[in-house]
Design a protein around this ligand. Structure first.
Ligand code: CDP
Length: 205
């Protein structure tokens, strides 16, 4: 079975997906890391991130997602890109890169080639990539709560992080929407384990 866990930025998707996947004994995949990898490589090459062809030209050799249980990693040839994928400049540029149809097609093809069962995490896993998934979830939380969580992972103050998250939500609107058959979970009042339990409780027997 495929379980999809989509949601807004910093809604806890990666941690929840890792926990759900561990409980089920299956791998999880973080689709956002591939968009982040394309963004990082574009930034390093100094290309205009809005120029799809230029960004695609940086994906040679193509970065590959390694779906490790302890945290997914992305490799390009022998280089582990993962430590550089969560910088503020990648956060800022990624929505523009992710809006390009050919970049999305490149990510989607890589994800669909992975063998089920798995838990897939991102923005459009339940809508575009795995529309026939066995169970779908969409995580939300207020911008303030999300900024407070992410403040542990970024150097900026909570106010700046909140403003950046609101802007990224706006830029991601077209590529991020709950599937009509998704369970929507507001994670604001829940602990990480509470969200994992809420997901597990809604899985079909
Ligand atoms: O963890 P966070 O929500 O901040 O980011 P992420 O899941 O790593 O995704 C980073 C960016 O990639 C998002 O802001 C989207 O622009 C894009 N993305 C997407 O368009 N579709 C996906 N399935 C996953 C990510």
């Amino acid at each position: 079975m495929i379980v999809t866990i989509d949601g807004v930025a910093a809604s806890g998707k990666s941690s929840v997906s890792a926990g759900v996947a561990q409980a089920l004994g299956v791998p999880y995949i973080s689709s956002g890391l591939l968009y982040r990898a394309a963004t990082l490589l574009g930034l390093e090459a100094g290309v205009d991130l809005g120029q799809e062809g230029a960004v695609l030209g940086c994906l040679n050799p193509p970065p590959r997602l390694e779906p490790l249980a302890a945290g997914n990693r992305v490799w390009q040839a022998g280089r582990d890109l993962t430590p550089d994928l969560h910088s503020t400049r990648v956060d800022r540029g990624v929505s523009v890169v992710a809006a390009r149809p050919e970049v999305r097609a490149w990510v989607d093809a890589q994800l669909r080639a992975l063998p089920a069962p798995l838990v897939a995490e991102g923005r459009d896993m339940g809508t575009a990539v795995f529309p026939h998934a066995g169970a779908k979830f969409y995580l939300t939380a207020s911008p303030r709560v999300r900024a407070q969580r992410r403040a542990h992972e970024r150097p900026e103050e909570v106010d700046a992080i909140e403003a950046a998250l609101i802007e990224r939500d706006r830029l991601d609107t077209t590529q991020s929407a709950p599937a009509p058959d998704a369970h929507v979970i507001d994670t604001g009042a829940l602990s990480l384990q509470g969200v994992i339990d809420a997901v597990l409780a809604r899985l079909p027997a």
